[in-house]
Write a new protein. Structure first.
Length: 254
């Protein structure tokens, strides 16, 4: 069943007088639904990410994608077009993120959808690349029932994104303590996350006792999920999405 949905941009008050933009979609009409945080790639809340938010809402969830670059200016609200210049700009914006500020922003989103958008009950998170990195972090700090994580960069390596001052992989014990069920997708030919990193991530999850499943798609590349790109892998994208749907249906059902 695909729900009819409504979708629009929202402004959310965060700490002090700061305002964060976000893109929200939910089933039309009344009623309450579980919530899903959607965490964007390096490029921010682009139309590709917005399409994912709408697809999640069509499954019966209140979905929201926060603009985690909001403190760098309102021009970041609709993401960055992919280019070499914007890649450098995005890494500059990324370098300004801190763990505590990201937690504050994510909590502001969950509060907003519960207070203003009819979300109720359990919450999950879905993230791609940088967003997978953010989703891994979210699972260590927020009350989440499920996390679906696509090719999360920089988890075992200190110095990038939220892997400061130590690798983000070191928060894995907190994920286990919160009993977040995790589903992780990797690409065999990923230029960002090699087999060694995949192994280190799997070992950390197993050692901590996190209930998880990892899937590695043969011959797939980083960013295989999004159509219209050279890296797109239709079979991997469709299989991973079916697994996401099953995870959320099992873990977020009220």
């Amino acid at each position: 069943m695909a729900y009819e949905i409504v979708a629009h941009d929202v402004d959310i008050e965060v700490s002090g007088s700061a305002t964060m933009s976000a893109y929200l979609a939910r089933p039309a009409g009344g009623g309450s639904h579980p919530a899903v945080l959607v965490c964007a790639e390096l490029w921010g809340v682009t139309e590709e990410v917005r399409a994912v938010v709408r697809h999640v809402a069509e499954l019966g969830y209140v979905a929201i994608a926060p603009n985690l670059y909001h403190s760098s200016g309102p021009e970041t609200a609709f993401g960055l077009e992919e280019s070499d210049a914007n890649r450098a700009r995005a890494f500059e914006l990324l370098g300004r993120l801190t763990r505590d500020e990201v937690e504050t922003d994510l909590r502001a989103c969950t509060d907003y959808v519960r207070d203003r958008a009819g979300a109720n009950g359990k919450c999950g998170v879905l993230g791609f690349s940088l967003g997978g990195h953010i989703a891994y972090f979210a699972a260590s700090r927020l009350d989440l029932a499920a996390a679906a994580i696509f090719y999360p960069g920089w988890l075992p390596v200190a110095g990038t994104a939220l892997s400061r001052p130590e690798p983000l992989l070191e928060v894995t014990g907190a994920i286990a303590a919160r009993d977040v069920r995790m589903l992780l997708f990797f690409a065999e030919l990923d230029h960002v996350i090699d087999a060694d990193q995949r192994g280190r991530i799997g070992d950390a999850l197993a050692a901590a006792g996190v209930r998880h499943e990892t899937v590695v798609y043969p011959k797939a590349q980083h960013a295989f999920f999004f159509p219209g790109r050279g890296m797109y892998d239709k079979a991997a994208a469709e299989d991973s999405w079916a697994r996401v749907r099953a995870l959320f249906a099992t873990r977020l059902a009220q």
